[in-house]
Design a protein around this ligand. Sequence first.
Ligand code: WTA
Length: 657
Amino acid sequence: MARSKKTKPKGKPANLTIETLLTENRVFKPNPVFVKQANLRDSAVLRKAASDPEGFWAEMAGELVWNKKWSQVLEWKAPDAKWFAGGKLNVTETCLDQHLTNGRKNKAALIWEGEPGDKRTLTYYALWKQVNKFANALKGLGVGKGDRVAIYLPMIPELIVSMLACARIGAIHSVVFGGFSPESLRDRINDAGAKLLITADGGYRRGQIIPLKHDADVALADCPTIESVVIVKRGDFLLRVKEGRDHWYHRLMQEAKSYCPPVQMGSEDPLFILYTSGSTGKPKGIWHTCGGYLTGVYATSKYVFDLKDNDVFWCTADCGWVTGHSYITYGPLANGATQVMYEGAPDWPDPDRFWQIVSENGVTIFYTAPTAIRAFMRWGKEWPDKHDLSTLRLLGSVGEPINPEAWIWYHEVIGKERCPIVDTWWQTETGHILITPIPGITSTKPGSATHAFPGISAVVLDEKGNVVKEGGGYLAITKPWPGMLRGIWGDRQRFVDTYWTKWPGIYFPGDGAKIDKDGYIWILGRVDDVINTAGHRISTMEVESALVEHASVVEAAVVGIPHELKGEALAAFVTLGKGIIGDQKLSGQLKDHVARKIGALAKPDKIIFSADLPKTRSGKIMRRLLRDIAAGKVMGDTTTLADPDVISRIKKRYEEE
Ligand code: WTA
């Protein structure tokens, strides 16, 4: 790629401040070699999509397998959208069945590698067959259209088989990330009213065994809707089997019939629920539909990742997150791609595990998160340099703002200045990528997600809803798009309040953004009480309520603090009960307590014991001030504080930590 300007931006990695971004003015034009072969290189398509977004999406939807064509592309009555209403489809026919007759039957769909080094390759035919059989097994356990199925599995092929088997029979899957605690699993199962749980005896992570079935049993003690459990045998891990309720996956598969007719679903029928953190304590069950969602993930996989038949695509996300849903399970399979899937940690047994997998399988497209890129930077370029990365032709980033230094490192050390980088902005709620470079067309700027995908209308607005032409404000999506969430499971009011009341009829994603003079969008991070740590969304309230549940804690306030690798880490300001001493031991106990309640990903990095917290006269904790203390910033306005001295006392405690 050609670099047109060299100016070193100021600022440390991960400190993606507006000031840093303002100094970032390097531009990278699309590589002509890439452009020549790109799936999308004609900017007339972009102009056409801008003037007729519905026409663009209808064209994309037309490339999927439909059993009955839709009668209307879009019905829009804010905040409710119906895409391709009247259409009937089963998403597995696009993801699997069509490939049995279009020349891809014996093509590798999944090249899987377990953390201990075990390997399996599933062709499209083999994957299709397993999905059919497991769909029949689920049917045999009484699961049907509209039923909810919870999935709590490691990154093994059975996770994808399970998701697709649900889709085959019209059941709604709710995947819960294997790193979540039993309590988090329980709450998600109960909120969705799931009938069946699919789990495994265990999984591997950094050489350790994660006892999923054991954790699931803890959760299931309090899940009245669960009738059956299916256990995948991943290792030889000890577990208890509850007669009548628990079934071994491999036994069910032995008995299951090979073909399961795909249940024809309405385009607007639910495909899945996925829980994500919001600014209040309770996770939100974001739900997506069949027709619109599949159209969105199909189109973005094709044009953002430029997928071709001879590519080897690797998205390093876990299917417990939306990235794994859209860019492992649904988008790439709808495109008939070959994918790598890996179970474990990037530094196990050594920090070159990813690069070894890239070179061994000839990965051509690699999609990961900035937090991982920063970890690679810290481990040193000698690790990727040990491997042949010459097969790579496109790199992607997702999950949080990528700081320009990490972008440049990715570009130089991994992409060898040859591979375009697509910095893709989207959310669990948006279903698919909405803001991204188109690699054969867009000139990129390190740290900017650039422009809206064709058919998407993204702008920066001020508080009142006026368009900001240049400068900072809030990101907003002004027109409906096919993969948009259709609701929060069981909570219509929260759906309306969270996303649709800031400006009527306009989607508010909760991110701050800046637009520059060339119309490039720079995402600045969350503006609500959600912390994006290592690319994962954690609600401060959720961690606070976990902390106050601990017997020694009276009050807690959690804020995000800049972190070199994770982007943001959690700092908890904690007030203890009378006479309780806040020492190292208690600090460790509280961290473990949060890990047990929510999952290790929510563990605070810092616990600051403080006799009191800054409050307004009406008793509201002023998190803004705590954030300032944690960031070592000059204090903002403290005139509304009930006790102005509290700040200097907390500051002292923080500095001592
Ligand atoms: C953040 C992950 C900057 C953002 C797909 C968003 C990003 C939240 C980017 C959604 C990006 C995601 N640049 N920020 N390229 N991608 N984000 O639901 O704050 O886990 O609102 O979906 O991640 O996180 P979620």
